[in-house]
Design a protein around this ligand. Sequence first.
Ligand code: IMP
Ligand code: MG
Length: 171
Amino acid sequence: MRKDIEKILVSEEELDEITTRIASEISRDYEGKRLLLLCILKGSVVFMGDLMKKISIPVEIDFMKVSSYGAGTKSSGTVNIVFDLYRNDLPDIDIVIIEDIIDSGRTLSYLTTYLKNKGARSVKIATVLDKPSRRDPAVTLTPDYTGKVIPDEFVVGYGLDYDEKYRALPY
Ligand code: IMP
Ligand code: MG
């Protein structure tokens, strides 16, 4: 599997530093609030697991699954909710969406609006990677917590896949 990888863009050590930093930022910002980490399946599971272990305040977790990509490397542009969030306590909840990467921004733009319409008290975004050069000009979206800004390259590993492969790479 590793022979397919052209270069390492973000090392295990850097990912560890990223999760430590974002966990302390979230712990500081959500002190005294009812925090829900909302993991977007499947790509964000590794980040979610690393991050939640380092958050020092009480935290709840939940999951949604959305799809905007098929087997290719380009976004299809439409967002489908494959696995929804079913809770009746959203007005009391501050959500941080846990995402692996922001590309066009369409997925998270759609999801943020969707969760606010469902009544969530607040919705913010934490992402490991951001490719701002790829943003859909029609989408104004800036993540609240960003691990690393990267150039326009297709990346795999640390949860991210190409056609369901490479998710388990630690970098
Ligand atoms: P967006 O709606 O275009 O921002 O797409 C975000 C989603 O596309 C992410 O959650 C990933 O699942 C996928 N994605 C975007 N860029 C990459 C990449 O470089 N590698 C793997 N998946 C990616
Ligand atoms: Mg994804």
